[in-house]
Design a protein around this ligand. Structure first.
Ligand SMILES: C[S@@+](CC[C@H](N)C(=O)[O-])C[C@H]1O[C@@H](n2cnc3c(N)ncnc32)[C@H](O)[C@@H]1O
Length: 208
């Protein structure tokens, strides 16, 4: 099981080495989804679990980006990027994704890359992402989900306790999550045939 306090500790530990280890895997996927999002001038974007801010230079400077994260140390790295690259359209806040401190219907785009399997309650986080997203807005998720291959799925269940110790769970099913979080998915795919990560584009057409 993942717990907020252990997640904070684990990601504080990762903060100095995160970019060196993960950028090669995560950045190309962030670039793909952000380039695929139709971000128009003046749009408000929320980047949930922004981490060290790898994604931040990818947003066009005609939009307004808010990045939130639970980890002060990860945010410190993101803040360094914002200052160094003069990303004046970006603001950062320490916040728990399962209790977002924003009004309903605030953002045009809400994105979470490599976060949904890190949080203790992914359904609650997605319900918060939907709440703060405008009805006409988009929700974008990039994440590892449990394989559809039964053999690999069993291995992912087996190694899950170890994965949780290093800061993420390996047994999260995308189909179950879509059902439980009542997510209206427009597209779901992998960038490569055998990719570990799924891209999910959903709309937020809430029934009023
Ligand atoms: C694997 S990193 C991904 C960071 C970034 N999105 C990226 O793509 O590089 C997961 C991030 O989620 C953050 N996180 C975990 N649980 C969170 C929560 N409940 N609320 C906000 N951020 C959280 C961690 O602190 C960490 O920075």
């Amino acid at each position: 099981m993942l717990h907020v306090e252990s997640i904070k500790k684990i990601y504080a530990g990762y903060s100095n080495i995160y970019d060196v280890i993960f950028k090669q895997f995560f950045y190309p996927r962030q670039r793909h989804v952000i380039n695929s999002m139709d971000i128009t001038p003046g749009d408000k974007v929320l980047d949930v679990g922004v981490g060290t801010g790898l994604s931040l230079p990818l947003y066009p400077n005609h939009c307004e980006v808010t990045g939130i994260d639970l980890s002060r140390e990860m945010l410190k790295k993101a803040r360094e990027k914002v200052n160094k690259q003069n990303l004046t359209h970006v603001s950062l806040k320490e916040m728990d994704a399962s209790n977002l401190e924003f009004d309903d219907d605030t953002f045009d785009h809400v994105i979470a890359t490599f976060v949904i399997s890190v949080v203790p309650d992914p359904v609650k986080v997605i319900s918060e992402m939907k709440r703060v997203c405008k009805k006409t807005g988009n929700i974008v998720i990039v994440n590892h989900f449990q394989s559809n291959n039964k053999f690999i799925a069993k291995i992912e269940e087996y190694i899950n306790p170890i994965c949780c110790k290093i800061g993420w769970r390996s047994d999260l099913s995308l189909d179950d999550l879509i059902d439980s979080a009542d997510l209206e998915v427009d597209q779901r795919y992998k960038l490569k045939k055998f990719d570990l990560w799924n891209v999910v584009f959903a709309n937020n057409n809430k029934i009023c």
